[in-house]
Design a binder for this molecule. Structure first.
Ligand code: FO1
Length: 313
């Protein structure tokens, strides 16, 4: 890989952050830009919480909880327990050190800083040199329509109800009025390669694609645009992707149908090598070991992807 390549990766939470870490391990920091979903962001006890952003920050700074893949390693839950002692339903697992991130973010937002500025500050303070960009600075909460409870705020669906309700629809509230982060446009226009992490295509990537101007900007980028499957052998690597696909009406929960869902947005797709090979018109496809159990796996997948993409460009 030539050293002057700019690589942009679009991600949601845990799975996408792993690929971003693999890329960080093999690239000079100024060549990597991570665009992150903010549809999961919400207010909780007066704090602004940005779960996917924080998962990326904690992963790239090497501080993430290795068991959960979100939150901080070696954190305690004294505040959460104190809330429980007041009789609160503490369904959202906030660690004490993690709360400091939410306090500082909320403080900075209240003092007039944009979300981009806050993330930049948090990233630099954690020693992260690559650019971590929210897709938009505007709040665009994902709303999950469910058969059992009607409309649920995303974190209620995901954490409180452990993604068990049946999803009948999704909407990204206020997305029509949202402005694409100008730094995102510029990163994409300067990209030599655009990657889509093995994140949930509907819950994590679709909100990013739905920001007005994002699809057109991507389609105008005449560079490799390559997604990694979140589905292996009909199952999600983590989280509700497979269950959601079935609920959204896919008879066949497969990597191939994820590739078809992305359609023209991508021109390359990496499925897991344990799955059957498939071909879709005008799409470069390859099987790789996409399961990232440790840091060596993350760097290997990132390296193999870049090497393969270089072969067909
Ligand atoms: N995910 C959970 O499954 N349970 C939690 O209690 C939880 C707490 C939490 C706190 C801070 C944070 O940044 C993330 C947290 N997550 C939790 C993860 C997160 O809600 C989801 O993984 C994402 O929103 C989906 O990408």
């Amino acid at each position: 890989m030539a050293l002057d390549h700019n690589i942009v990766v679009l991600v949601g939470g845990v799975g996408g952050a792993k690929l971003a870490l693999g890329l960080q391990m093999i690239l000079p920091p100024e060549q990597l830009t991570v665009i992150v979903n903010t549809g999961d962001d919400f207010w909780h006890y007066g704090l602004r919480i940005c779960p996917d952003i924080d998962t990326v920050l904690y992963t790239l700074s090497g501080r993430v909880d290795p068991v959960n893949g979100w939150g901080l390693a070696d954190d305690s839950r004294v505040v959460l327990q104190s809330l429980a002692d007041y009789g609160e339903n503490t369904w959202f697992g906030l660690g004490d050190k993690d709360i400091a991130t939410h306090l500082l973010r909320t403080h900075m937002l209240r003092n007039g800083h944009s979300l981009s500025e806050v993330i930049d500050h948090l990233a630099k303070a954690q020693g992260i040199q690559s650019a971590i960009l929210p897709m938009t600075n505007d709040p665009v909460p994902t709303i999950v329509e469910t058969a059992e409870y009607g409309e649920l705020a995303f974190q209620e669906y995901f954490v409180k109800y452990r993604w068990q309700p049946t999803v009948t629809g999704l909407r990204y509230q206020d997305i029509e009025q949202a402005s694409l982060n100008p730094a995102v446009t510029s990163a994409l226009q300067n990209a030599d390669m655009i990657l889509f992490g093995p994140s949930n295509p509907w819950l994590s990537i679709e909100p990013i694609l739905s920001v007005p101007g994002m699809r057109d900007t991507l389609l105008a980028c005449d560079v490799p645009r390559v997604a990694v499957t979140p589905i292996v052998d009909g199952q999600a690597i983590k989280g509700p992707a497979a269950k959601l696909m079935a609920e959204l009406g896919y008879d066949d929960v497969s990597a191939q149908n994820v590739a078809k869902h992305y359609g023209q947005i991508i021109n390359g797709f990496v499925y897991d090598k344990s799955d059957a090979a498939f071909h879709v018109d005008a799409l470069h496809t390859i099987g790789m070991d996409t399961i990232m159990k440790n840091n060596a796996d993350k760097a290997r997948l990132a390296q193999q992807m870049l090497a393969w993409i270089k072969e067909w460009t």
